[in-house]
Every structure is written in structure tokens, then in C-alpha cells.
Design a protein around this ligand. Structure first.
Ligand code: NAD
Length: 396
């Protein structure tokens, strides 16, 4: 099969196995170039491990800290007629490279919201790993079937209280348009919290605790986004923002549970980057295209792997010369990796250009080309090392 990108809006329905491998290798090489991370975790469970921030966490743990990892994700298997999803190929490539480096890596593909997948993960940890000292929770999903009620909730990306109208970027046509989104209903808000809030993260920690699989000093981190003015109505103050607030409640509850293990739960507030999840959020592609341009100009741009490597090396496992922990949290107990993104001069420049950007000056005012290149890379396209004309077997 000759595999080419098939893009529909924020979706690319194909993925290239060799390109995904190149993407994983690029991230591994970045982590290796930064050198080993001292005091890192030994045994790591990553939930949502196949793409984006979860994959970057798994790569940093393995190639920065020499940690054994078990990754859970929900990806499409390839067939002779269609390619697998990017996360499927990433996972295959990651496992291959971890094993070649002599580090344990094992993966479970299935619905992490279900008791069945939780149970089989617990069994695998018991059999292969023993108690874990880091649990990364990095799921982004549009729906969740509740393990107790069997009901499926769908999340929405909508404002709360009032209609939201804003500039947005049509990424297929490279045009600036106006988008208007009606406010979420109470039920939709509640459903979004059910899907993307903290309950499932709590269930995972509860299950690990009951199975005696939490190592002393275990840390757990879930990723969140706060954002700035242009995205507040649709994100921070919208339905997804309510779900992210629920993560703060869950952090407190998990911290109580981890007290007896001398462990701790954190929220990592990460930077806006191009991932499969963020490209689905209205307004976000325009915001990210502007942000990338400005952060690249100021030489403070980071992608997924740079963010997570910095998180592990300087925050989660960072220590000063006297050996004191460098985890600095804000007033709400969150680790702020969005520090560069939220610099006032960065946000001011985004706002100024937000007002000026049009379809005709899009390429000069924004880094839309960078956005597109990063989007294609998510699916394994655009790597110079890959021969995209080659007929290859999609089944790996
Ligand atoms: P992503 O789409 O790249 O990754 C999502 C992961 O979740 C994949 O590994 C996928 O397989 C897994 N997943 C989805 N549903 C699942 C299920 N039912 N069972 C098992 N695995 C499942 O997303 P991302 O952007 O890396 O987001 C991860 C987290 O980081 C989210 O909480 C997101 O809000 C947060 N975050 C993202 C950004 C950003 O700009 N992308 C910024 C800050 C925080």
C-alpha cells in the first residue's frame, strides 16, 4: 500500500508506520540529547500513552530515566485494507526501541475507562512490574462509557452561559472565518465533566492502591490546560474548563489517598501544542498558529517532548544543589509548564495579531505552515528520512 495523508478537517484518517517510527525516534533523540534525568521514576504506568503528552511522558521516562513502562491506549489496529491509527504505530515503534535499549515496555490497547482494561492492567503490573512510582494520566477522549452505570457520556467544546463568537481558522481552506457556538446545556456540561474530569483518574489510583501496587513516594500527574484570553470562552471558562476544574478536586482526593504512601498527585498545566486532541478544539488552531509564530520568534517555542522533558528534569524530579525538590506549584497546587506561553509580552503579541489576522495575511502573521507540518507529523507524514513512494505493508 502507498500511504498518503487523507485529511478531513481536524482528522487524518491514515497514518504511516515508518513515519510514525521516525516521529518516535525524533522524540527519543531529543530526550537522549538532554542527558539522563537524575532521581527519576523506576516503574511507570502511562494512561493515554500512544500520542501527544502521554507518549512524550513515556519516552521521557524510558530514555531519560531508564524507567520500565506500561502504556495503556485505545488505538485502531491496521488491516490489509486500511492503516492503523498513528497511536498504534507509535506504540509499536516505541516498544521496539525501548526493548532494543534493554528497557521493559509493555502496552495494553483498549478502553481505559472500562473495568476490564483496568483489571488486565493491574494483572500485568502484578506479574511484570510490581508497585509503580509514577502514574501519568493523559487521556483525551470525546466520550466515556461509565464502568458502573454502562452509560456513555459525550463531551462538548462549548461556552457556558452565553453564545461565543470568534475568529477561527479553517485549516482545510487556510481561511479565517467567524465561528459562533451556542452555550452548553447543564446536561452537556455534566457529561463533559464525566468524560474529561477527574473521576477516572481517581478510579485508577484506587484500583492500584487496593491491589497494593503503589510504591512508596509514588507520584501521579494529570495534564491540563488553562490558556489565555482568546480561548477562555471556549476552553478555560467553557464546558471543558469545568472538566479541568474537576481535576483539581480529584488531585486533592488522590493526594489524601497517597498520603499513607508518602506520595503526591499533581496537575501539570501544559502549553498549547498541536495534537489530535487540540486540533479538534474550535479556535485553537488559530491561537496555536499565532502562538507558535511568536514563541519561535522569541526562541522560547516548545513542542510536546520539550515540555515533558523539562517537566521531568526540572520540576517533577528536579532537585537543587542541596537536594531539595524543585517542584514549584502555584496557589492551586499546579505545576505551571505554560510559563513561557503565558508571558505577558507573548500574550500581548497574540492579541495584537489576533485582531489583524485575515485570510490574506495568514501566512505572514501566523505560523500556519508550522501548524500544518506538525499536524502531518502526528500521523507520520513529512519526514525526510521516509520514502513515501514505497509500497509498504500497513500491518505492523
Ligand atoms: P492526544 O489526542 O494526543 O492523546 C490522547 C491519548 O488518550 C491517546 O494515547 C489515546 O489513545 C488515549 N485515549 C483516548 N481515549 C482512550 C480510552 N478510552 N482508553 C485508553 N486510552 C484512550 O491528546 P493530548 O493533546 O496529548 O492530551 C492529553 C492530555 O493533555 C489531555 O488531558 C489534554 O487536555 C492535556 N493537554 C493538552 C494540551 C494540548 O495543547 N494538546 C495542552 C495542555 C494539556
Amino acid at each position: 500500500m502507498i500511504i498518503r495523508p487523507k485529511i478531513r478537517g481536524f482528522l487524518c484518517t491514515t497514518a504511516h508506520p515508518k513515519g510514525c517510527e521516525a516521529h518516535v525516534l525524533e522524540q527519543i533523540n531529543y530526550v537522549k540529547s538532554k542527558g539522563p534525568i537524575a532521581n527519576g521514576p523506576r516503574k511507570v504506568l502511562v494512561i493515554g500513552a500512544s500520542t501527544g503528552y502521554g507518549l512524550a511522558s513515556r519516552i521521557t521516562a524510558t530514555f531519560g530515566c531508564n524507567s520500565s513502562t506500561l502504556g495503556v491506549s485505545f488505538e485502531r489496529e491496521p488491516s490489509s485494507e486500511s492503516t492503523g491509527s498513528a497511536g498504534w504505530y507509535n506504540t509499536v515503534a516505541f516498544e521496539k526501541m525501548a526493548k532494543a535499549a534493554g528497557v521493559y515496555a509493555s502496552s495494553i490497547n483498549g478502553d481505559a475507562f472500562s473495568d476490564a482494561i483496568r483489571d488486565s492492567t493491574i494483572e500485568r503490573i502484578k506479574k511484570d512490574l510490581g508497585p509503580v512510582d509514577l502514574v501519568v494520566y493523559s487521556i483525551a477522549s470525546p466520550r466515556r462509557t461509565h464502568p458502573k452505570t454502562g452509560q456513555t457520556a459525550k463531551s462538548v467544546l462549548k461556552p457556558i452561559g452565553q453564545t461565543f463568537s470568534s475568529k477561527t481558522l479553517d485549516t482545510d481552506k487556510a481561511e479565517i472565518k467567524t465561528i459562533t457556538i451556542e452555550p452548553a446545556t447543564d446536561q452537556e456540561i455534566q457529561d463533559t465533566v464525566t468524560v474529561m474530569g477527574g473521576e477516572d483518574w481517581e478510579l485508577w489510583l484506587e484500583a492500584l492502591d487496593k491491589a497494593g501496587l503503589i510504591a512508596p513516594g509514588c507520584k501521579t500527574i494529570a495534564y491540563t490546560y488553562l490558556g489565555a484570553k482568546p480561548t477562555w470562552s471556549i476552553y478555560g471558562k467553557g464546558s471543558i474548563g469545568k472538566a479541568k476544574q474537576d481535576l483539581e478536586r480529584a488531585t486533592k482526593a488522590i493526594n489524601e489517598r497517597l498520603m499513607k504512601h508518602k506520595g503526591a498527585a499533581y496537575l501539570g498545566v501544559m502549553k498549547a501544542i498541536v495534537t489530535q486532541a487540540s486540533s479538534a478544539i474550535p479556535v485553537m488552531p488559530l491561537y496555536i498558529s499565532l502562538l507558535y509564530k511568536i514563541m519561535k520568534e522569541k526562541q522560547i517555542h516548545e513542542g510536546c517532548i520539550e515540555q515533558v522533558q523539562r517537566l521531568f528534569a526540572t520540576r517533577l524530579y528536579g532537585k537543587d544543589v542541596s537536594g531539595k525538590d524543585l517542584i514549584r506549584t502555584d496557589e492551586a497546587g499546579r505545576i505551571r509548564m505554560d510559563d513561557f506561553e503565558l508571558q505577558p509580552e507573548v500574550q500581548q503579541a497574540v492579541e495584537d495579531r489576533w485582531n489583524e489576522v485575515t485570510s490574506s495575511n495568514l501566512l505572514e502573521m501566523t505560523d500556519f505552515r508550522g501548524y500544518q507540518a506538525d499536524f502531518l507529523k502526528l500521523f507520520g507524514f513529512g519526514f525526510a528520512s521516509v520514502n513515501y513512494e514505497q509500497d509498504i505493508d500497513p500491518i505492523v
